[in-house]
Structure formats: structure tokens, C-alpha cells
Design a protein around this ligand. Structure first.
Ligand SMILES: *Cc1c(COP(=O)(O)O)cnc(C)c1O
Length: 458
């Protein structure tokens, strides 16, 4: 595999050329999906006994397959939580791949893990958790939430009285789907506080008051959200922390989306209380401009995570030996073999400095405020609620769910924009509404206006 012939040199240059070209493109083509059969008909058999050759495979990728993907950094991709990795971080993602670093243990990955840890120190400083707090990079928010929940559960089960009990977690319906999903993985039950708006101290107290003694015994954690995915709402973190401290419950803050805004001075106060959490999830691949995939889990007391996650095996002993001494990321989350996925973030932070990150996050916040004003001035649309962080929920007057759906598909089909509807819940009613989520500082006022104008057609 290691013999370099002229063909592969040329291939390498082609690939590098493509990558460079893509990295410098500000508005890549907005691709659209095709059915699998259609794609198959277009590319034919690609995995064969003899191979079809790099040139052909790459050509098919460029001509057909990439066009069936949506570039998540497109300035008019405002659906879900978009992303906008810096050029520096993408370039260093290539370097990360080329360097073949095993990121599980310091013994093998020291230099790379050192860089990740430098970036992590900055993230931890944003949370203002007490000294000793630290974290590791994960594949995303889901893995980070799971790692935290396992740690919380294991810590709770240190009390013999809890061994054999099924755990219980309280969160709100504003929490991300992964919280409920990962509760299944650890076979815990979830009790939902019935609000999509800010979960308050009183909401949580009311829920606790309704628990049976056995439920109270089973309860081990509360998950607050630092920026809901749907609407950018931040729970009353101080209020929740007060109850968790009093009741001896693990307090996890899921700030997978909103965590980037900890860097923004204009909204930092909204997160007050996050420094009292036991664990915090932040996704650098959302609002900290890292390429996929890069999440992070931060613990107030990392030792508890190590007790929960450190894997044992005769083949692993050497890594934990004195001679290998250093920080082993695999001890603090669910994954063993791991990419040093914090490395692209480190390089970009080192290159640009943290002020640039503050600026870029503030840009997302500004875009949401700008969109709010444009919506208010436009007679066809109205805000469902004030913009929160970089999320804007608004309605097109007179539209049915079907109208929103058709509008989304038409914009996507035209290669113009990807903006998707969502539902907003008030009491027991769910209303279909339109939603913007801004991340990319290259999105312009003209982009927003053009998207609002596209709602006039139907
Ligand atoms: C996106 C998101 C997640 C899931 O993160 P992944 O990186 O997609 O696994 C969890 N929680 C919140 C609040 C999110 O916005």
C-alpha cells in the first residue's frame, strides 16, 4: 500500500486541488438528494474486485455524489443547526487525518492530545467551572450527553441502596431528543417538565413535589438546556443548580448548540449558573466553527468520569503505567480508539485567537436580531417569539403546514436555500412555523430578505 507511483501522485494532487478549491468556496452549490436507485443508475458499480480506479471514482464523486449533498456551511442553509467550519480548521482536519494519531492514550498521542487540551482549557474557562474541571472531545453532543449520564449514574450507584434501582432523570420537553435517546441506552426513565420555554426553578420544584418516594429515590440527575435546539432558549441554570445542590442531584447542562455563545459577552449572563453544573456538553462542530465531528464533555470533577469510563484490559495496562503517564482521553467518555478531533479546533484557535471566535459568534447573534427586525417590517410574516440566541421562529400569515412544506422543498429543489419548518408548542397546541438558525457569519441581509421574499410566491 505504501509504494507511491506516478498515478497516485497525480491522484493526490487532484484530491488536494479539489480540497483547496472547496475550502476557499464561500457559496458552494446547494445540492439536493436523489433516490438511491437514481444515484446507483448514475454511478453504476463502484466497489468491484479489480477496482474502478481512483480517477473514475473521484470523477463520479465530483460529478454526481457531492451534488446530492447539502453543504452545511452554505450561507442560506439555515435549517436545523448549521455549521461553518473555519478554513484553518478544515485544513487541519486534513492534517489530522494525514498524521495518523491515535487519540485514546497519551503514550501514543501525547502531542496531539496536548493540543486538544489547550483548546479544552479555553472551553472550560468559558464555563467558569471551578478549578480542577476538565473535559474531552467526543464525536458529538449525543456521545457527550451519554458520557455524562453514565458518569452521573455510576456515581449515584456508589450508594449500595441504589444498586438494582432503575435510574430516573428529569428534563423538559425543550431538551434535545438525544437526552431521551441516551436515557434508553442506560435504561433510565425520563420525566419531562411540560414546557418548551425556559425551565424554571419553580417548574423543577413542582415536579419534585409530585414524585412518589420511590421515584425520588430513583432520581439521580436533572438535565438543563443551555440553548434549546428548536428555539435557543436557556433554562434557569442558577435556579436548577440551587435545587440540585440541595437535593444532591447531578446537574448536567446540555449546551451542545448554545455553548458557543458562552464566548459572546453580549449574552454570557444568560448562562449564569452553568458554573455550578456537574457536567456540560458543548459541540464545537455547531457554534465553534469546527468541522464534523467534534463535541465536548466537560466535568466539574473529572475523576468521577474516570471511575465510570476507564476501560480495563491486560492489553491496556501499559498505557496506564507510570512510564506512559499523561492524560488519557479514553478514560473520560464512552469511546476507546479515537480521532484527535479537537486538533482542528486547536489549530484554528491558535491561528485566529479567541477574539475572532467571540466576533464570529456575535455575528450569528446579530443576524438573528436583524432577521427579527426584517420579519417585523414585513407584513406577510410575524415573529412567534423574540429571537433567542441565534434562533428565530416566525410564521407566514395564513399558511398551513402543507404550505411550509412545499416552500421548503421548492427552495431546496431550486438550489436556493435550505430553511425548514418546525413546530412550536404552546400548552397543548403545536403550530407549524418557520425557523432560522444562524451560525455562518457569511450569511447576509440580502440572503435573509431573499428567503423572506420567497414566501410571497405561494
Ligand atoms: C445537536 C444537539 C445535540 C446532539 O448533538 P450531536 O452532535 O448531533 O450528537 C444534543 N443536544 C443539543 C441541545 C443539541 O442542539
Amino acid at each position: 500500500m505504501h509504494n507511491i507511483d506516478m498515478d497516485s501522485v497525480e491522484m493526490t494532487l487532484d484530491v488536494m486541488k479539489y480540497a483547496l478549491n472547496r475550502i476557499t468556496m464561500i457559496s458552494p452549490e446547494l445540492g439536493k438528494p436523489k433516490k438511491e436507485e437514481e444515484l446507483k443508475a448514475l454511478v453504476g458499480e463502484t466497489v468491484t474486485e479489480k477496482g474502478i480506479g481512483g480517477e473514475k471514482a473521484f470523477q463520479l464523486f465530483k460529478d454526481v455524489l457531492i451534488k446530492a449533498t447539502v453543504p452545511i456551511d452554505h450561507p442560506r442553509h439555515l435549517a436545523f443547526v448549521p455549521a461553518s467550519p473555519t478554513r484553518a480548521s478544515i485544513m487541519f482536519d486534513l492534517v489530522t487525518s494525514a498524521s495518523s494519531i491515535h487519540g485514546a492514550y497519551w503514550m501514543e498521542g501525547a502531542g496531539g492530545i496536548f493540543c486538544e487540551n489547550e483548546a479544552m482549557k479555553w472551553l472550560v474557562s468559558l464555563t467558569r467551572l471551578p478549578k480542577g474541571a476538565f473535559g474531552v472531545f467526543t464525536s458529538g453532543g449525543t456521545a457527550a450527553n451519554l458520557s455524562a449520564m453514565v458518569t452521573a449514574r455510576e456515581n449515584w450507584r456508589k450508594d449500595e441502596a441504589n444498586v438494582g434501582e432503575k435510574g430516573l432523570i428529569i428534563t423538559s420537553i425543550g431538551a434535545h431528543s438525544s437526552v431521551k435517546s441516551m436515557a434508553k441506552v442506560i435504561d433510565a426513565d425520563v420525566l419531562l417538565i411540560e414546557t418548551e420555554d425556559c425551565m424554571t426553578q419553580q417548574d423543577l420544584q413542582n415536579k419534585l413535589d409530585q414524585l412518589t418516594p420511590h421515584e425520588r429515590k430513583r432520581l439521580f440527575a436533572v438535565v438543563g438546556t443551555g440553548g434549546t435546539t428548536n428555539a435557543g432558549i436557556i433554562d434557569d441554570l442558577n435556579g436548577i443548580a440551587t435545587i440540585c445542590e440541595k437535593e444532591n442531584l447531578w446537574f448536567h447542562v446540555d449546551a451542545a448548540y448554545g455553548g458557543g455563545a458562552l464566548a459572546a459577552d453580549s449574552v454570557r449572563h444568560l448562562f449564569n449558573g452553568i458554573e455550578r453544573a456537574d457536567s456540560i456538553t458543548i459541540d464545537p462542530h455547531k457554534w465553534l466553527f469546527s468541522p464534523y465531528d467534534c463535541g465536548a464533555i466537560i466535568y466539574k470533577n473529572p475523576e468521577l468520569a474516570r471511575e465510570a469510563h476507564s476501560q480495563e484490559g491486560s492489553y491496556l495496562d501499559i498505557f496506564k503505567d507510570e512510564g506512559a503517564q499523561g492524560f488519557n482521553p479514553s478514560d473520560y467518555q464512552i469511546q476507546l480508539t479515537r480521532r484527535v478531533r479537537g486538533l482542528p479546533l486547536w489549530f484554528s484557535l491558535a491561528m485566529h485567537g479567541t477574539d475572532k471566535y467571540k466576533w464570529a459568534v456575535e455575528e450569528g447573534l446579530n443576524l438573528a436580531q436583524l432577521a427579527g427586525r426584517l420579519i417585523t417590517e414585513n407584513e406577510n410574516v410575524e415573529l412567534v417569539r423574540e429571537p433567542s440566541l441565534s434562533c428565530v421562529l416566525f410564521r407566514r400569515k395564513g399558511w398551513t403546514p402543507e404550505d411550509y412544506r412545499n416552500w421548503t422543498y421548492k427552495n431546496h429543489r431550486d438550489g436556493f436555500a435550505l430553511v425548514t419548518p418546525t413546530k412550536w408548542r404552546t400548552g397543548d397546541t403545536f403550530e407549524t412555523v418557520a425557523r432560522f438558525c444562524f451560525i455562518n457569519p457569511d450569511t447576509t441581509e440580502a440572503d435573509i430578505t431573499a428567503i423572506l421574499d420567497s414566501m410571497n410566491l405561494s
